[in-house]
Unconditional design. Structure first.
Length: 97
């Protein structure tokens, strides 16, 4: 059964617009490859961080709304942690908000 998630992702500040677009597509492809469905992608733009993450003071924020089997969420998080251009991601089940 697919569960609805909302995930805010912080991309590395070195990425330009094209890099952000490519990484956004990579995340969408990852979700699709795990049997999920991307509902909406909302770019928030570059923003200052509340505290430094890996010595960076700003990042590009992108929100992904998607459906995914809960058993596949661990694999998605693992793949995103291995990508050095993703500083952080926080997936939240929409039903829990």
């Amino acid at each position: 059964m697919l569960t609805e998630y909302e995930m805010v992702t912080l991309f590395h500040p070195r990425l330009d617009d094209e890099g952000v677009e490519q990484l956004t597509q990579w995340v969408q492809d990852r979700i699709a490859s795990l049997g999920g469905e991307v509902l909406e992608v909302i770019p928030w733009g570059r923003r200052s961080l509340a505290y430094p993450i890996k010595k960076h003071l700003e990042a590009t924020y992108v929100q992904f709304d998607f459906k995914l089997d809960g058993n596949q969420m661990t694999e998605l998080n693992r793949a995103m942690r291995l990508n050095e251009d993703i500083l952080r991601q926080l997936p939240v089940r929409k039903a829990d908000r």
